[in-house]
Design a binder for this molecule. Structure first.
Ligand code: EPZ
Length: 417
């Protein structure tokens, strides 16, 4: 397993350009299956999760080539609508294929996506949404089979604004007969990006970004070309890296309002934040403990909870973080404790008592964003840290060590010995 070796107590300074969003790219790739032909996606990051989605779609018959950050996706020969179990287990985001495959072939078969380090992650809301527009969904022997003689518009009201379930429903409803209304829809920017792409394909979707989305089904969709929105979670991670190292970092090629909850909270901490049209600058300032609750967008994003927690281990006073989205997203706490952090977890709440310094240590990574948190802590800690299982980090951050080095960080990747 590859490791990162990080020498800490280095301030990060300089500019870093943000890539296209992983969590926008995955549903956009899935949406290309709704029609036959060649679609083009620009600004696609080179990440393990994107490669896994490419593998699955290739297995279904798609032909995908990459030219720099552009993916050319030919879905003309897609004929299969079954996702093999081993690939489903690899990546939960394969569940985004349910809606498009049902929309194209009126049937889909996939194994239950495995849970993961951050919780069981059921798909009941996905299934309920597809049933509301005419699908019959059964599950046997660990597989889910969804079929629909006809897809007809319907009313979907989510108990929880699930991002994936909202996106699956949008994609299937785009080719249903009649109008579908999704209430209590997820409002994430990635959902709005999917609406934009679906409409370029000829769909009629309005309201994404609000809690109510209206989709008027059309008979046929066509391939389209699209540039993926910037990755707000990658951007937030670099902003927090600048803050925890008391540096001066400009994060470029972003949509600042996608990070309003994050910059607002950092200003409460005392960090200096300046924003422009497509950049945010973060500089050292005060370092006060704060209370945070993760919420669906536009609230504080759960994907930045771990990186923020890492930063708050060094804040003056006590911070309280409540994780309302996932059941088990504090795996990074034990590893941070090895570096001298003082954190107590009670259910979905972490109580952090700020310490004056962290010390480097050998630590392990359990999931993507916990991995980012460990890197940030190591950058600020006294001494050297060895971070194991960095393949988790490669799922969501492209060449993280190189980009941190370009900001002055002392971090190298070492192969397994
Ligand atoms: C998306 O996951 C993101 N992944 C996640 O990012 C992100 O953390 C999450 O949204 C929340 O913002 C992608 O977009 C690929 P949800 P998704 O459905 O769609 C429960 C990262 O690090 N739920 O909004 O799976 C679920 O268990 C990843 O980049 C149900 O109960 O998230 C969870 O507790 C991690 N039933 C909560 O809702 C369902 O049918 C949020 O899930 C679906 C979800």
């Amino acid at each position: 397993m590859e490791q990162f070796i990080v020498k800490g107590e280095v301030q990060l300074n300089g500019n870093v350009k943000i890539n296209g969003a992983k969590n926008a790219t995955l549903p956009l790739m899935a949406a290309t299956l709704l029609c036959s032909g060649i679609s083009v996606l620009h600004g696609v990051p080179n990440l393990r999760d994107i490669l896994m989605m490419q593998d699955i779609m290739t297995l279904l018959g798609a032909k995908i080539t990459r030219e720099g950050t552009t993916l050319i996706i030919d879905t003309g020969n897609v004929s299969r609508a079954e996702i093999p179990e081993h690939l489903m287990r690899e990546m939960r985001a394969s569940v985004f294929l349910m809606g498009p495959l049902l929309g194209r072939f009126r049937k889909v078969r996939l194994s239950y996506p495995g849970g993961c380090a951050i919780g069981p992650r059921p798909i009941d809301l996905h299934i309920k949404a597809l049933e509301r527009i005419g699908a019959f969904v059964g599950d046997r022997f660990g597989y889910i089979q969804a079929e629909a003689a006809e897809l007809t518009g319907g009313e979907i009201c989510f108990d929880f604004p699930s991002v994936g379930a909202t996106e699956n429903a949008m994609m299937a409803a785009a080719v249903a007969d009649g109008t579908t209304i999704i209430r209590n829809a997820a409002r994430e920017p990635e959902v709005a990006d999917l609406e934009c792409f679906l409409n370029k394909m000829g769909a009629k979707v309005i309201g994404a970004g609000s809690d109510t989305i209206r989709i008027t089904g059309v008979g046929k969709l066509n391939p389209a070309e699209h540039t993926v929105i910037p990755d707000r979670i990658e951007a937030g991670t670099f902003i927090l890296a600048g803050a925890i190292t008391c540096g001066d970092v400009v994060v470029e090629n972003i949509v600042p309002e996608h990070l309003s909850a994050v910059t607002d909270k950092l200003q409460e901490v005392g960090v200096k934040i300046n924003s422009g049209l497509n950049y945010i600058r973060v500089r050292a300032g005060g370092f006060r403990g704060v209370d945070v609750k993760t919420l669906p967008y536009p609230g504080f994003p759960t994907d930045l909870q771990a990186p923020l927690l890492a930063m708050l281990t060094l804040a003056k006073g006590t911070s309280i973080i409540t994780e309302t989205i996932f059941e088990n997203r504090f795996k990074h706490v034990d590893e941070l404790a090895r570096m001298g952090a003082k954190i107590k977890v009670e259910g979905r709440t972490a109580i952090i008592r700020g310490v004056s310094k962290l010390t480097g240590a050998p630590v392990a990574v359990h999931d993507l964003r916990a991995g980012a948190a460990m890197v940030l802590a190591a950058l600020a800690a006294e001494g050297t840290s060895e971070i194991d299982n960095v393949f988790h980090i490669d799922r969501g951050y492209e060449a993280l060590e190189e980009r941190l080095r370009s900001l002055g960080g002392d971090i190298v990747r070492r192969g397994s010995n």
